[in-house]
Design a protein. Structure first.
Length: 493
């Protein structure tokens, strides 16, 4: 065990003992390093002004990802390379992304510009054959500009990011990888005292032992929600246990029966595998937060958080996913839908943590659909999240699983509509009526700032009809504003 976190900064290893377990990465950069290029905007991971890049080793490759430094904890960058906007100029020459933004007049007041630069820096280092205007706007959905306008920024990105990376970072990639490997030592980290600490265990057994000893500690995966507890609710969290270095929770394993997702796997890591189950899942994930949020936020954290408006639980419940929980050396499994008991209450015992999610593959005779309804297309909380799985025999439904988020105190199945769908023929819409009426009775949603109760009931009924029409596959009417696509693929008409 070591008492200091270690990360790379400008080609050197930095080791720090943490006196404040909840210090954010942004505060460290601006207040400790006195590097003020990275800006503080919304302080909740929405505007992107605070974006920095983290370099990580993934499957033997160096990967740069954008993160919101305003809500990420400093301790969570252990084992990473930290890159801020000040690092991009080399020997007085601007980085290609910076030069393109200047050439295309992509900045007016400039407050948001460092965040755009750093997000585009990560795109610059991606494999990006056939980069399109739509790809750029999707990549930048987590960066807001209030005065320049996005057209010149997109033009700059298309110019700078079209080819292979050729900068000082790509030139020294081999050395960076060597140094990252040296500081990723597999040791547990505990920085602080018994009463106040930041811990980053490296294995599930170390996590289980530490959590059993400190059941009052806060578990943090991506900090995309816990970060807001600190910056907006001003909570005092003296004991932090970070999960992002627990090797057992980072596993993503595909088998013939399904997909095993470790609780620490991020949306970005899991998206391609889940989209292979059905393109709708990739579409939903691409609308969860932004690139920055998906690079940090985890599917396990979204579940353990227990929010009734989390986007992933309805999708996973409709797919009949199961959850593995662990306490000490003992693990147990339960259907994901049984994990959610009531608002803010989950079936998770003292010192128990989410270890893994298992998602079974769709059978050849099963059809899946998922839809997110929100006021904004990108970076918005769902008003309603819906997922449907129909099992068909000769185009007749023999089994239905329907799950909604935003319609109850927990993610919840539509039991009445499911029952009413048994025996329904997709070829005969007149047989759908009972189920369409039943789904309005399955839920008693509230009215809030995102939608009224009546709207939520109406949209639930409409989405069921939409799913049935698409499953039938006989309608010539367009039912999609956007196409089914994995992340990075151009929106369809």
């Amino acid at each position: 065990m070591r008492s200091a976190i270690s990360f790379l900064r400008s080609g050197k290893v930095v080791s720090l003992e943490l006196t404040n377990p909840t210090q954010t990465l942004l505060d460290y950069i601006r207040l400790s390093e006195k590097k003020t290029g990275t800006k503080e905007g919304c302080r909740e991971g929405d505007c992107g002004a605070c974006t920095v890049a983290l370099g990580r080793l993934r499957d033997g490759e160096l990967v740069y990802e954008p993160v919101n430094s305003c809500i990420l904890l400093l301790g969570q960058i252990d084992g990473c390379e930290l890159v801020t906007v000040e690092d991009l100029v080399s020997e007085g020459v601007m980085h290609p992304v910076q030069q393109a933004l200047a050439d295309h007049h992509g900045s007016q007041c400039g407050f948001c510009t460092p965040g755009f630069v750093m997000n585009l820096f990560t795109l610059y280092h991606q494999s990006k054959e056939g980069l399109s205007h739509s790809d750029i706007t999707h990549w930048l959905s987590g960066n807001l500009c209030r005065c320049t306008g996005y057209r010149p920024i997109v033009d700059a990105a298309l110019e700078a990011c079209a080819g292979a990376a050729n900068d000082v970072f790509s030139a020294r990639a081999a050395e960076t990888m060597r140094m990252l490997a040296s500081i990723n030592d597999g040791a547990d980290v505990l920085s602080g005292s018994e009463d106040s600490f930041f811990a980053s265990p490296a294995s599930a057994s170390s996590l289980a032992e530490l959590y059993a000893k400190h059941t009052d500690a806060t578990l943090v995966a991506g900090a995309t929600d816990v970060g807001l507890w600190l910056t907006k609710q001003m909570r005092v969290l003296p004991k932090i246990i970070s999960l992002n270095r627990v090797a057992d929770l980072q596993k993503l394993a595909e088998t013939t029966t399904g997909l095993h997702i470790g609780a620490g796997v991020t949306y970005a890591q899991a998206q391609e595998s889940l989209a292979a189950f059905d393109p709708d899942i990739g579409e939903v994930i691409s609308r969860i937060g932004s690139k920055q949020i998906r690079a940090s936020g985890t599917i396990g954290g979204n579940i353990a958080n227990g929010s009734p408006i989390g986007d992933s639980p309805p999708v996973l419940i409709a797919l009949d996913a199961t959850l593995k929980l662990r306490k000490g050396d003992v693990s147990r499994e339960l259907p994901l839908e049984d994990f959610f008991i009531d608002y803010g209450k989950q079936d998770r015992g003292n010192a128990e943590f989410v270890e893994e999610i298992f998602v079974p593959r769709l059978d050849a005779n099963q059809v899946f659909r998922a839809y997110k309804i929100s006021k904004r297309f990108d970076q918005d909380i769902s008003a309603v999240m819906a997922a449907f799985r129909f099992t068909l025999v000769e185009n007749r439904i023999t089994e239905a699983r329907i799950a909604f988020g935003g319609m109850a105190a927990t993610p919840k199945r539509a039991a009445g509509a499911e029952t009413a769908l048994i025996g329904v023929s997709l070829d005969d819409p007149s047989t759908w009526t009972t189920a369409q009426n039943a789904i309005k009775q399955d839920y008693s949603p509230i009215t809030d700032m995102r939608a009224s109760s009546a709207y939520r009931r109406d949209i639930a009924q409409a989405l069921l009809t939409k799913a049935l029409v698409e499953a039938a596959g006989t309608s010539t009417s367009k039912t999609r504003v956007v196409g089914q696509r994995p992340e990075g693929v151009t929106h369809a008409a």
